[in-house]
Design a protein. Structure first.
Length: 210
């Protein structure tokens, strides 16, 4: 039995390296940079994490973060990126959330509710990154950029390659169609899609909160 296991590892050295990375190295690194995560989390490779001073990144229990191309059937063009851009900004990822090659950047606050799935390549940005006024951009490329918190409630599904922009709340149990650009809030229990995203119909498979 031992010989067979060694033979399997020799034939698939990448698998052994990935196992070491995912179960040991990523976790040690997260603790070293001060990221709190719960029990049962799964990390498929290293995410990209950049944290501003005095900001926070909190990861709940049983969260899955995919960072390798083959980690999702839809494939991914880059690793999941979790970035706080200024002091006191926060990213809070609740229990049983799934992320795949996403870009999540917070100037204020981004909260992702429990059991939410964010499709491959989707982005959540609570800031414009740059001021809209060209004169302000000439003075400084980022100072004066508008930002407003994003909140995604429980049991939401965001389709692949979607964009969730500043100030948006997505209600419990709603679905955002693939490739959508969400610029305004979406109520609970609906399906929304398009650019800009608009409600198409009620989501009959979900129950809105009472």
């Amino acid at each position: 039995m031992i010989g067979r296991n060694i033979s399997q590892l020799v034939r698939a050295p990448r698998s052994a390296a990935h196992l070491l990375t995912d179960r040991v190295l990523v976790r040690v690194w997260l603790r070293a940079i001060g990221v709190a995560y719960g029990s049962g989390c799964r990390f498929d490779g290293f995410p990209v994490i950049r944290l501003a001073r005095k900001s926070e990144l909190l990861i709940g229990n049983r969260v899955l973060i995919n960072n390798r191309v083959y980690g999702n059937a839809a494939t991914m063009t880059h690793r999941t990126s979790l970035t706080t851009l200024r002091e006191h900004a926060s990213i809070r990822i609740h229990d049983d959330v799934g992320l795949s090659g996403n870009s999540i950047a917070a100037c204020e606050s981004i909260e992702i509710g429990a059991r939410t799935m964010i499709g491959s390549g989707s982005v959540l940005w609570d800031t414009d990154f740059h001021p809209l006024d060209p004169e302000m951009r000439r003075q400084h490329p980022t100072h004066g950029a508008r930002s407003r918190a994003i909140r995604i409630e429980e049991d939401v599904f965001v389709g692949a390659r979607s964009m969730i922009l500043k100030g948006v709340t997505i209600g419990q149990g709603s679905i955002v169609g693939a490739g959508s650009v969400v610029t305004s809030s979406i109520p609970a229990g609906v399906i929304a899609a398009g650019n800009p995203a608009k409600v198409i119909r009620q989501n009959g498979s979900s129950k809105s909160p009472a």
